[in-house]
Design a protein around this ligand. Structure first.
Ligand code: G4P
Length: 527
């Protein structure tokens, strides 16, 4: 098959949601409808249990499961669909943000009872930064939720994106009757079932047709007529190009656990979701159909077996064809590497592959050559952009508990932060090490892994910082600013100076007293 056809076949996306909205359930149902798995329950374990704060073995076990299911590929209607899993747990939010740099679109799951939630907002901010196209799935219609019009208003207001319903619910909760598909004028009648796979649609082109009253009852039929009239009056017809620009999100309603509304979501996704998109590097934009292979690492996962220190780097192919056993250029290290066992991920299994194409995500065994954001090319010196570090929210100092093992500790901290488990800052001058994370859980993971994988012991001492800010602007002004705050200025892993602000007020003051310096809360300022 030609490169163009391979590219045309692929759709790579992520499912995002606030924890508990139904991301895992929907992922599983998409795999079920896509024929990739035969029974429900296969993906269920792929999340860090909400209560797992101290059961380290459990974390380890779950990390293992998530390697296998971090990427799930399946064929559907002649397309190759790649779902990239994003951890729902808040403490792993940074991992999710980075995974979003490797997708071409997302499906956002909203719980109809809760509406837009904190994590939804943050994830959507990341999508908006990159103009990632979004399809919204409003879930749990079998429960009494918010009014659908209110939900749409909430989405528009809170997520700064226009929306357009493509299906519409008929009642909710115990009286939920189904959805009317506005784009092909048919009814999907609700039936609570966790096992059904096929969807029967009833064509109702004219809503004044009495068949509607027969199917859903007169009261609900009239309500639907009224609602649809309002929708057609208020919302512009769905414009696919606005969706592709990330400005307009089509909205579907359903109930994932009941396999309801999933078929139309998947069918529309296949039709409208963008294929592999061009991507920016620090030198130029790269088109997927360029003949030379390029790709970048967006995730690094430690090997589960502590006896083997090797890791798995997840690489998104951006252009050309990746080939097994061919030498590629690791730009940051200026080193040529070849991979004898690259693999892809098919639902539950891993398979060694001979080649991969734009949109694909492959796993590369890594013995310490990769850092998140690393780029592979056929020789061109350029780095992919858009893998930002977000400011951590909790900071602690690493205190070595075993002076005989300081080398191991150093190495462990270096490698774990390369994996993106946490961010490392150093005091300069000095060698105090600060770790910044999004959630407390990461400290436990780090401590556990340092001990088990590197035989190093440490404890963490809390630091009263609130945000890490990267600075740009007038160099002399930045120097002057840093000079007066030796305790608050640290250096990140790439050698950038970072200001640690102790409170929102202090940061605000720094901003207003230093108009020539810009303080950024992410390490990459333009993606
Ligand atoms: P997440 O990955 O976004 O965190 O959510 P997940 O799919 O795990 O779903 C969270 C809970 O919501 C699960 O219940 C799941 O069964 C339920 N759920 C998902 N879709 C629907 C739906 O359409 N309607 C209703 N009523 N519930 C739904 P749980 O009790 O946490 O787990 P389980 O014991 O049911 O597996």
């Amino acid at each position: 098959m030609s490169l163009e056809l391979e590219i045309d076949k692929r759709k790579t996306f992520g499912i995002i949601s606030h924890p508990d909205a139904g991301k895992t359930t929907l992922t599983e149902k998409l795999l079920l409808f896509g024929g990739a798995i035969q029974v429900a329950g296969a993906v269920k374990n792929n999340k860090i249990t909400k209560t797992a704060t101290s059961d380290f073995m459990e974390i380890e076990k779950q990390r293992g499961i998530s390697v296998a299911t971090s990427v799930m590929a399946f064929d559907y209607k002649n397309k190759l669909v790649n779902i990239l899993d994003t951890p729902g747990h808040r403490d792993f939010a940074e991992d999710t943000f980075r995974t979003l740099t490797a997708v071409d679109s997302v499906i956002l799951v909203i719980d109809c009872v809760k509406g837009v939630e904190a994590q939804t907002r943050r994830l959507m901010e990341v999508c908006r930064m990159r103009n990632t196209p979004v399809i919204v799935f409003i879930n749990k219609l079998d429960r009494d939720g918010k009014d659908p019009f209110d939900l749409l208003d909430e989405l528009e207001e809170e997520l700064s994106i226009s929306v357009r319903p493509l299906s519409w619910p008929i009642n909710m909760g115990r009286d939920f009757k189904g959805v009317y598909l506005l784009h092909n004028q048919s009814l999907n009648i609700f039936e609570a079932s966790k096992t059904r796979k096929a969807t029967d649609y009833t064509k109702v082109e004219d809503l004044s047709d009495g068949i509607l009253d027969e199917l859903v009852g007169e009261r609900d039929a009239n309500q639907l007529r009224e609602d649809v009239e309002l929708i057609e009056g208020v919302y512009e017809p769905f414009d696919e190009s606005l969706y592709k620009e990330g400005l307009l999100a089509p909205v579907f309603f359903g109930s994932a656990v009941n396999n309801f509304g999933v078929q139309e979501l998947l069918d529309t996704f296949i039709q409208i979701a963008p294929g592999p998109q061009p991507r920016h590097t620090d030198k130029r934009e790269v088109e997927p159909d360029e003949s030379k292979f390029t790709g970048f690492v967006f995730k690094i996962h430690a090997n589960l077996d502590p006896k083997h220190r090797d890791r798995i780097a997840f690489l998104r192919v951006c252009s050309g064809e990746f080939k097994r056993n061919k030498f590629y250029h690791q730009v940051r290290l200026d080193k040529d590497l070849k991979f004898s066992n690259p693999y892809n991920f098919l639902a539950q299994s891993k398979n060694v592959i001979d080649s991969a194409f734009p949109g694909d995500v492959i796993g590369l065994y890594d013995t310490g050559n990769f850092k998140i954001g690393d780029t592979l090319t056929e020789g061109e010196e350029m780095m992919y952009k858009g893998i930002p570090s977000f400011s951590p929210e909790i900071f602690k100092e690493v205190i070595n508990l075993d002076p005989m093992k300081s080398k191991q500790l150093e190495k462990g901290i270096e490698q774990l932060t390369d994996e993106g488990v946490a961010q490392l800052f150093r005091q300069d001058p000095g060698n105090r090490k600060y770790i910044g994370v999004v959630g407390e859980l990461q400290f436990e993971v780090i401590q556990y892994r340092l001990e088990h994988e590197y035989s190093a012991k440490c404890r963490f001492e809390a630091l009263a910082f609130h945000k890490a800010c990267w600075m740009t602007g007038d160099k002399d002004k930045i120097d002057a600013f840093c000079q007066y705050r030796p305790k608050e200025i640290v250096v990140d892993k790439d050698g950038n100076r970072v200001y640690l602000a102790s409170s929102p007020y202090v940061l605000q003051m720094a901003r207003s007293n230093n108009p020539d310096v810009t303080f950024h809360e992410t390490s990459e300022f333009k993606v």
